[in-house]
Design a protein around this ligand. Structure first.
Ligand code: ADP
Length: 250
């Protein structure tokens, strides 16, 4: 409009925007999720306890149909408890409130604990879980509880996406970089390549996959492993299964 024919650099414009209000909203949201999930945990746990009492013969006899109903309420309550637990973990990570207790831990013990936790789930699908571990594994610098949580989460996914009567291979091996590599391999459908770099994102679920989860499990696992100085990744060939790996320092 001023008659120039050629573009000419006459200066830069710097725009500053105060995002405090957005940050405050974000914190409020995280606190809200933390409060809600924390408040939900207690009644769900007490529901689970009442269900256990109901199943006890001393409370009175129940017929087969009632037993099945109780079983399904129990499954749903278990799922709710898992979701609220994940949300709580996530809010603690988000606010930096996570307390890691890192000390020399026995990798075999951590794995055994996780395997025990998923035993019934695996049996229900008649899955065979095989373990291959290098002999005389050194201790790892880890928070045993958080690491077990990660393994349980990876195993639960493997079980969920495995066809019945298939195999899940678990491994713990030494690497050249003075760390231990854990692996969990399933022979399910695998993950399409275009989603591989997204599955560790918060709330991400592969379109069309199992909807009952939160899409938080792998994101939390990544945070837990990285907070312990390790790495986590996945290799998958679509159609023939996935292997999740993570490392921990010796
Ligand atoms: P959730 O299991 O709660 O949906 P996750 O963060 O654990 O959330 O997993 C994210 C997504 O990654 C899942 O929804 C699923 O689509 C995909 N996924 C995870 N593990 C496997 C696996 N072993 N085989 C196939 N897909 C998987």
């Amino acid at each position: 409009p001023a008659g120039e024919t050629q573009s000419q650099h006459i200066g830069d414009v710097i725009l500053l925007k105060n995002i405090t209000a957005f940050k405050e909203l974000d914190v409020a949201k995280t606190n809200f999720i933390a409060t809600v999930s924390h408040e939900l945990k207690t009644p769900i746990s007490s529901l689970m306890m009442s269900l256990q009492l109901l199943e006890n013969e001393k409370t009175g006899t129940i017929n087969e149909a009632q037993k099945q109903l109780i079983e399904s309420v129990k499954e749903d309550s278990g799922r709710l408890l898992k979701i609220t637990g994940e949300l709580l973990n996530f809010t603690q990570l988000d606010t930096g409130n996570i307390q890691l207790s890192i000390k020399p831990s026995d990798p075999q013990k951590i794995l055994d604990y996780a395997l025990e936790a998923v035993k019934t789930q695996a049996e229900q699908k008649e899955l065979k879980i095989t373990v291959q571990a290098s002999p005389q594994l050194p201790a790892v610098k880890a928070d045993a509880e958080k690491t077990a949580w990660v393994i349980v989460n990876l195993l639960t996914n493997a079980i969920r996406y495995s066809p019945e009567k298939s195999e899940i291979k678990v491994g713990i091996n030494k690497t050249e970089n003075a760390d231990l590599k854990f692996s969990i391999q399933d022979f399910g459908n695998g993950i399409e390549e275009k989603y591989l770099n997204k599955i560790f994102d918060r709330y991400f679920q592969v379109p069309g996959s199992h909807k009952s989860g939160t899409g938080l499990g792998l994101a939390i696992s990544k945070d837990f492993i990285e907070a312990q100085g390790g790495k986590i990744w996945v290799e998958s060939s679509y159609g023939s299964g996935s292997t999740f790996y993570f490392t921990l320092n010796v």
